[in-house]
Write a protein that binds this ligand. Structure first.
Ligand code: FAD
Length: 400
């Protein structure tokens, strides 16, 4: 059993609060430091929390907190750019197969629910604390320095600061950087265009110029995304310089010839449509150094095509706490954590990259071939995803 007792957690996104909650379960105090000035509860688009991720929240008895804002997808229907149905995936039986159902939820709401629960369980969360430096003080003490000139001390530090992790840059300055995947993701929320079916399944369209996905909530609100091929990595200021109107026109140009209601959804989306260049993380030489460990996207970000990034971050949180619970030394706990997690997550990152590449096919011959073989690959993919979705953390099991 480790004797170190206070964790500094960097980042209050998805992993941060859940790491803190699991550490609390094993008697380790944690404080969370988030760079943003306040919770961004309305920011971002939406995500699908897969059954394996929901099962992690169940272990903390907080899965029910998603009920107010989340809803379940009953499957996926795949279409080509002419509106021809290519394949279907059923997921309404996930409860029996995996012990939980997926939850579609707005990113900001998910973060809010997790953070509020951490605060309710007396875990301090400090905003406006952007990590800039780390200093080791002997074998069991570490100082985190923040941009505002303040600092915090603890016995170890967990970097939950996402794909562009500052923690990673500090402990592994020569590690590979996030890899751009050749695509900009965008999406938003719209009111249901007239005549739109609300079947409850995610509609996935291999559009003529870009991939489009949408699902209608039972109350009629449509959650949607588009994967826009963008070969050269854009700079953030370049994307920010595109006006809301110009971006909408660009999306309508990409999807104007795709089957209804794709253009109508774009047209009926109010306000600015968010846009995010898509990255994943090449394999890192290690996920930890001394009294510092990386978790979630900081260690192994996957592109969104797996629908697994958030769930993997949640799995990490539980496994890390388990490893620290059962290890005599913090460093041993970190090493055990990495050994238990690396193979699973890196396999998923690679598969997501392949899925993403498959979405960018536009050559007519390749499109013809894709339409032909897609039903087979969807079936194969569904079999392979059984292993991903059925993962459960065995919390009681001793791991060290
Ligand atoms: C467009 C898109 C769609 C996605 N869709 C899905 C999906 O459907 N399903 C799914 O499971 N996953 C999805 N993902 C992946 C998922 O969002 C991530 O895997 C998940 O957010 C990782 O959680 P995290 O806590 O590791 O990082 P994050 O959620 O990124 O949280 C990191 C936090 O650290 C803070 N931070 C950053 N730097 C510092 C610093 N220096 N000091 C202090 N704080 C800092 C940030 O402000 C942030 O709050 C998607 C990702 C994208 C980009």
């Amino acid at each position: 059993m480790t004797t170190s007792r206070k964790a500094l957690i960097i980042g209050c996104g998805i992993a941060g609060p859940v790491v803190a909650l699991f550490l609390q379960q094993v008697g380790i105090d944690a404080e969370i430091y988030e760079s943003q000035p306040a919770g961004r509860d309305e920011a971002g688009a939406f995500l699908n929390l897969a059954p394996n991720g929901v099962n992690v929240l169940k272990a903390l008895d907080i899965d029910h907190l998603l009920a107010a804002d989340g809803f379940h997808s009953v499957g996926m229907d795949f279409f080509n750019g002419d509106g021809k149905l290519l394949a279907q995936l059923e997921s309404s039986d996930e409860e029996e197969r995996f012990g939980s159902r997926n939850v579609m939820i707005k990113r900001g709401r998910l973060q809010q629910v997790l953070r509020d629960e951490a605060i309710r369980r007396n875990i301090p969360v400090q905003y406006g604390k952007k990590l800039t430096g780390i200093q080791l003080n002997g074998f069991q003490n570490i100082t985190a320095r923040f941009e505002d000139g303040t600092s915090a001390e603890g016995n170890f530090l967990i970097g939950c600061d996402g794909i562009h992790s500052r923690t990673r840059q500090l402990i592994l300055p020569n590690a590979p950087r996030p890899a751009y995947t050749g695509m900009v993701d965008c999406g938003g929320f719209a009111q249901c265009p007239a005549g739109l079916s609300t079947s409850g399944a995610m509609q996935m369209i291999f559009g003529k110029k870009a991939f489009f996905g949408y699902i209608a909530k039972p109350d009629g609100e449509v959650y949607w995304f588009s994967n826009v091929p963008w070969p050269k990595e854009p700079k953030r200021h370049e994307l920010n310089a595109i006006s809301a109107d110009a971006w909408r026109q660009q999306l309508l140009h990409n999807h104007g010839n795709d089957p209804a209601p794709v253009p109508e959804i774009i047209e009926s989306t109010p306000g600015e449509i968010g846009k995010w260049p898509v990255y994943d993380m090449p394999s890192l030489p290690t996920w930890h150094k001394g009294l510092v460990c990386l978790v979630g996207d900081a260690a192994h970000a996957t592109s969104p095509h797996s629908g697994q990034g958030a769930s993997l971050a949640l799995e990490d949180a539980a496994v890390l706490a388990q490893c620290l619970r059962d290890s005599l030394k913090v460093e041993h706990g970190f090493a055990k954590f990495e050994s238990l997690r690396r193979e699973r997550v890196e396999k998923i990152v690679k598969q997501a990259r392949r899925t993403g590449n498959g979405k960018m096919v536009t050559n007519p011959v390749a499109v013809w071939f894709r339409d032909l073989v897609l039903p087979f690959f969807i079936k194969q993919g569904a079999k392979a995803s059984e292993e991903v979705l059925s993962y459960k953390v065995d919390w009681e099991k001793e791991v060290a």
